[in-house]
Design a protein around this ligand. Structure first.
Ligand code: MN
Ligand code: MN
Length: 399
């Protein structure tokens, strides 16, 4: 069990409760303590004089202001539906590992893992149910995808260590719900371990509690000198790492650009996809929605204003700083703007679907008879012809 000292009062409370109900065999799993100051909700003028945010959860979470949980070898913070209620189907973890530290061998029972390297370098290992393995190094701008349940590890390399963001396709996911190898071994019956491994001497040396992050042997050495106990383990035929930042943009305009990794560009990533979006100063990613996926956002550089349309006269505008998270539920209309007229912004975007589907408002209205648009919007035909955009413009510059 990962320990959070901030939760000691809650732990005591739960212990008393568990004691009172003597039938309860074990204290409930602790929830993470990460809480941040509240989201920055804006209320600009709308045609309907909307009170933005009213009747809606916050669609942003100020992760940049949330405290880290510190371990020997790294720091971690996380956000999911437990501290960011809008984030129903996707959770995120920010991790900063020191050089030589390893996020120990583990797997996830409740989510796939999609990750983006922010800074530094890691060596990942991934083993699948067919005994195939991938050992690879990932640098800044690279991503990896680990399907649900596959065993993996993440090791930070010299000289900078590694800062990365992990995204999981389950809002309830927490690091505490990960299945750590050391947790398994230390909680298994000793006689079973002895029979299984065939060595009492080994069992005496095994961890007595969960490791989670370790710097016991921080010398990974060069990748080409790395060797396994089974040198004949076959490689996974499809790569689970991908250079996202090295791709050509799939959409580009005066206001920004989008680099994309769907299951088309990165076939291993079959049920998640992601993108890096650049927004120029005052740049706008225009009005759109996604018919098949929730959208999870992380501000890598600069700032962002996220406008969400939730139907029924409800809408929300929030301001996000570098390191903050945004969330747009499946089908909700939205637009992203860089509020700075000086600095560019860079946004990491992750979807809980393998392909990318976007319904863009300007593209939609350009396909409809002019008379129907006039009738629907209650504006003259001349206004439809002269004033509405005739084609899709994903990124709009300042005007
Ligand atoms: Mn993991
Ligand atoms: Mn979107």
């Amino acid at each position: 069990m990962i320990k959070f000292s901030l939760l000691l009062p809650l732990f005591l409370l739960l212990s008393i409760e568990a004691f009172a109900q003597s039938a309860a065999p074990k204290v409930a799993k602790l929830l993470p303590p990460e809480q941040a100051s509240s989201a920055v909700i804006l209320n600009p003028k709308s045609l309907a004089k909307t009170t933005f945010g009213k009747g809606l959860p916050a669609f942003s979470y100020p992760l940049s202001k949330a405290p880290f949980t510190t371990y020997d070898g790294g720091v971690v913070k996380q956000a999911g539906s437990y501290n960011f209620p809008a984030s129903k189907n996707i959770a995120g973890v920010y991790m900063d590992l020191q050089p030589g530290a390893i996020r120990e061998l583990h797997w996830h029972a409740d989510a796939a893992e999609w990750a983006y390297m922010i800074e530094g370098k890691t060596r990942i290992t991934l083993t699948n149910p067919w005994g195939q393995v991938q050992i690879a190094e990932v640098e800044e701008g690279g991503i990896w995808f680990f399907p649900k349940g596959w065993g993996h590890s993440i090791e930070a390399l010299d000289p900078k260590g590694a800062k990365f963001i992990l995204v999981f396709n389950n809002g309830k996911f927490t690091e505490q719900s990960s299945f750590q190898l050391s947790d398994w071994i230390s909680t298994a019956p000793v006689d079973l371990l002895t029979q299984y491994f065939g060595s009492e001497q080994l069992v005496k040396q095994l961890p007595k509690k969960e490791v989670y992050i370790s710097r016991y042997n921080p010398n990974a050495g060069p990748l080409k000198t790395a060797y396994s106990l089974n040198p004949n383990a076959p490689p996974i035929p499809v790569s689970h790492v991908f250079n996202l930042l090295g791709q050509k943009p799939v959409a580009e305009g005066k206001g920004g650009a989008l680099k994309l990794a769907t299951n088309k560009e990165f076939p291993a990533s079959f049920d998640m996809s992601g993108a890096v979006m650049t927004l120029e100063p005052s740049g706008l990613r225009g009005f759109h929605w996604h018919p098949n996926a929730d959208e999870w956002q992380f501000v890598l550089k600069g700032q962002m204003e996220l406008t969400v349309f939730a139907s029924g006269g409800k809408a929300s505008v929030s301001k996000l700083n570098k390191g903050d998270i945004g969330y747009v539920p499946l089908g909700y209309g939205h637009a992203l703007k860089n509020p700075s007229n000086v600095n560019p912004a860079e946004i990491l975007i992750v979807f809980n679907a393998g392909d990318y589907q976007s319904m863009d408002l300007d593209q939609w209205i350009s396909t409809i008879p002019v008379s129907a648009l006039s009738n629907s919007l209650q504006i003259p035909v001349e206004s439809v012809e002269k004033l509405l955009p005739k084609r899709k413009e994903t990124f709009v510059g300042p005007r």
